[in-house]
Design a protein around this ligand. Structure first.
Ligand code: NDP
Length: 309
């Protein structure tokens, strides 16, 4: 029995070492090395090459090593009957929250603007905004969105959030379901997307939605590139309805070098690094789920078969 790691980046060695250090009794293999396929109980995957989670007759769990699982459903050969788990981790949530708060503060205090002025030797103060005057609206109040919401409340922002099911978070005005989306948007000055990418959220950040935000709103997409209609964002930035956008995720990663986002003065980019799974805190939950598989207990952080997140 054992675990196979399947991913395309250069982090297989790092994950293998971390798993073996924490649980030396469990055999761990890279999918690239010779391994006994019938012995594999769990596949630990991240953006795997399509068609590589097949041929494991005793596979009982597909564990995403990140919070998102959308990449799995893009694989037409994904074994449909195997339970999927994902990462829910306090450090992942904390890192995301710090990233988004840094972006918001940079916007309020015009730091991006001054960086450009500095490059042009321009000394020209412009009005800044106050935290107390800003309403941040978070789309998605799950493991990440709810922590961000609480942190923003502590900072003194007005905070509201939108989700599929009802939430109760101290200090946060919550909106539930599609019928409440318009009301949520009309009072949101800074919109943060922390939704999972599913068929119902693909392309949700589009012109129709942006038009419902007040003029001068900012958009922060730290969820998935597939949430955003790129052309609609560019149109709304260029016509002045939106004041700026911070993007961490893109349809194609790395973003192709001729994409208009690179040069756009109102787009501020980071390379999909808002929050990254830390092996120190994630490996224990992977091994706990492996233990549960062996003992027949319910898995932690299981992805819903119907909701797909
Ligand atoms: P969760 O599954 O914990 O939360 C998702 C939230 O979105 C829930 O509140 C859910 O509602 C809500 N939601 C889902 N579908 C809809 C819908 N159709 N309408 C309204 N609300 C909806 O996810 P996480 O918080 O753990 O992560 C969110 C996403 O962040 C990940 O899927 C991933 O894509 C992205 N991410 C990005 C990272 C980065 O570095 N840029 C790092 C980590 C994650 P309900 O509560 O009712 O289910």
């Amino acid at each position: 029995m054992g675990i196979v790691i399947i991913r395309q980046d250069d982090k297989i060695g790092m994950w293998k070492e971390a798993l073996q250090l924490y649980a030396p009794q469990i055999p761990v293999y890279s999918y690239l090395e010779d391994h006994p396929r019938e012995a594999i109980k769990m596949a630990l995957v991240w953006k795997h090459p399509k068609g590589t989670i097949v041929g494991y007759p005793n596979l009982e769990c597909i564990a995403s090593s990140g919070a998102g699982v959308d990449f799995l459903f893009e694989d037409p050969q994904l074994p449909s009957h195997i339970p999927i788990t994902r990462v829910v981790d306090e450090y992942l949530a904390m890192d995301m929250s710090e990233h988004v708060i840094a972006l918001i503060l940079a916007q309020l205090k015009n730091l991006y603007h001054y960086k450009v002025d500095q490059g042009n030797t321009i000394w020209k103060p412009i009005a800044y905004k106050r935290i107390a005057d800003m309403t941040v609206g978070i789309m998605g109040l799950g493991a990440l969105g709810s922590v961000l919401a609480k942190d923003l409340v502590r900072f003194g922002f007005r905070v509201q959030g939108w989700s599929g099911s009802e939430k109760n978070i101290k200090g946060v005005k919550t909106f539930t379901g599609s019928h409440a989306q318009a009301e949520f948007l009309q009072s949101t000055q800074i919109l943060v997307c922390l939704l999972p990418l599913t068929p119902s959220t693909t392309g949700i950040l589009n012109a129709e939605l942006f038009n419902q935000l007040p003029k001068g709103a900012h958009v922060i997409n730290v969820a998935r590139g597939g949430h955003l209609v790129d052309e609609d964002l560019l149109k709304m930035l260029d016509n002045g309805h939106l004041a700026g956008a911070c993007l961490d995720v893109y349809h194609q990663e790395p973003l192709r070098s001729d994409h208009p986002f690179w040069e756009h003065p109102k787009v501020h980019m980071t390379p999909h690094y808002a929050s990254v799974s830390d092996t120190n805190s994630v490996v224990p939950q992977i091994i706990e789920n492996y233990r549960r598989l062996i003992s027949g207990e319910a898995l932690l952080n299981r992805v819903s078969d119907t909701k797909k997140y």
